[in-house]
Design a binder for this molecule. Structure first.
Ligand code: ZN
Length: 479
């Protein structure tokens, strides 16, 4: 494989013999071992881990025969993305009920602001439960309060924080809140170009809150959140806060490669996968301080790279295929938003995009789920291609939970037809076990990683990209 890739031949057979599955799996494992090694420091944007990650991928992609896809001679391969990092420095929070101030023990409340100074005075609390959506409730000037309900809450907190609320209050057990506090204490990124207000987040330990005399009279309402007919409810409490944070500029990059097609005027296909993860994510003295992100998302990068190799070795395609390794996905799909804001080609010329994220969970022989299904006109065609390969398509009950938590969501918002096709999102049990035990933790390492499904998903994407890059089989996108 290595010899063949060095000179990027364009005339290899289309079919992939079964024996190649083992070679793909070996290559996936090799990439993941490198990208998730401690030497790459958890691939945090703006660190030496970023430089190593992008250098590794760029070298692999060049050897495969890709060209720079930035279409910017000043910045080949690496498209700069400017972020602002806010590091919390100090903060105070107080609650007032009709009977007076509600005093919580200092270690039961943690606050993270996002501006140099965030100031909130007497904003009313609105209990929004566990997971139910709050739209179309007006949040401006209010403080939505939710029960922490596992990792799904991360994205909800982000969503609430950017919807005009004065602050977002998260209540959970000490153990639940610890990883949130740990993650936020290393700072939060946003796009430098993004001037939307982003609300501070207040974390409150449930047991301590419920023990307060001022809270007891309405504590029962927190249990209502589990009722199927739950409706957001105003609480007789207001919140005030005053926080300070240090802001600094961070330059990070999307890596963009391109496999030139025969007829670029016929449009292009995009494959994307986020390269970033949480870096050194545990405090000094912890036994393991690095969140290596082997499954999330060294696996996706490995799959994208092997897909590029197989495509480059095969017959020349009509359309260009772009390969995009995105930055800062973990902080709100920032790299993809940046790509969509300043794309290297008109977004309307993308006939379809395929995201690869968290690919290494399912074993061989499992169905795939289609995250993003039903939101773009090319979905029916995607399903047909999948079915033609013999893969089963799972129901989308699990997949739908992840729609907004993956880069494809940012592209869908920019009207680019995008799906995430993966065996990892087809099995709720498997996925939930990963979320509970390894997701965003130092334990997401290559140890015991499963590549059977990922290998099949690479071959499935080979069929998908070949199909959508063929202007005879898939006509240009209607404007
Ligand atoms: Zn992640």
């Amino acid at each position: 494989m290595l010899l063949a890739s060095a000179c990027a031949p364009m005339t290899r057979p289309t079919s992939v013999p079964g024996g190649d599955a083992r070679a793909i799996e070996t290559a996936l494992s090799r990439h993941i071992a490198v990208l998730s090694s401690d030497a790459f420091e958890g691939r945090r944007p703006g660190t030496e881990g970023e430089a190593k990650t992008l250098r590794y991928l760029a070298e692999e992609w060049q050897a495969i025969g890709l060209e720079s896809g930035t279409n910017d001679p000043a910045n080949p391969w690496y498209a700069p993305v400017d972020l602002v990092l806010s590091m919390p420095s100090s903060g105070s929070v107080s609650f007032t009920a009709s009977a007076g101030t509600v005093n919580l023990p200092a270690d039961a409340v943690t606050v993270f602001g996002t501006q140099r100074r965030d100031l909130v005075r007497d904003a009313p609390l609105l209990f929004v439960g566990n997971v139910a959506p709050v739209e179309p409730i007006e949040l401006v000037g209010r403080v939505p309060m939710l029960n922490y309900a596992g990792p799904a809450s991360f994205e909800r907190i982000e969503h609430l924080a950017s919807s005009g609320a004065s602050a977002v209050l998260v209540m959970g057990s000490k153990a639940d809140l610890a990883p949130l506090i740990e993650a936020r204490s290393h700072g939060a990124y946003r796009l430098a170009s993004d001037d939307r207000p982003l609300a501070p987040v207040v974390l409150v330990v449930r047991e301590a809150a419920l023990a307060q005399p001022g809270v007891k009279p309405f504590a029962g309402r927190f249990l209502d959140a589990d009722r199927p007919d739950f409706k957001p409810t105003a609480l007789p409490l207001t919140l005030s806060l005053d926080t300070r944070a240090q802001l600094s500029d961070v330059r990070t990059h999307n890596l963009i490669g391109r496999l030139p097609g025969r007829d670029p005027a016929a449009g292009a296909v995009l494959v994307l996968s986020h390269w970033d993860h949480f870096g050194v994510c545990r405090p000094e003295g912890s036994p393991d301080r690095i969140c290596n992100g082997a499954v999330d998302n060294a696996s996706g990068l490995a799959m994208m790279t092997e897909l590029a190799r197989l495509l480059a070795r095969g017959p020349r395609l009509d359309r260009d295929v772009y390969f995009l390794a995105t930055t800062a996905e973990e902080w709100g799909l920032l790299g993809t938003h940046a790509f969509a804001a300043e794309p290297p080609l008109p977004l309307s010329s993308l006939v379809g995009a395929f995201n690869l994220d968290t690919g290494a969970l399912a074993p061989r022989g499992r169905p795939v789920a289609v995250v993003g299904q039903g939101l773009a006109p090319f979905d029916a065609e995607v399903r047909r291609v999948i079915e033609a390969t013999g893969r089963q398509i799972a129901g989308d009950a699990t997949a739908v939970r992840f729609l907004r938590r993956q880069d494809g969501w940012a592209l869908l918002q920019a009207d680019v037809p995008t799906v995430l096709v993966s065996g990892s999102y087809a099995d709720e049990e498997l996925l939930d076990r990963f979320l509970r035990t390894r997701y965003h933790q130092p334990s997401d390492t290559i140890e015991g990683i499963e590549l059977g499904g990922a290998t099949e998903d690479v071959l499935l994407h080979l069929a998908l990209i070949r199909h959508f890059a063929d202007k005879g089989r898939y006509p240009p996108r209607a404007e």
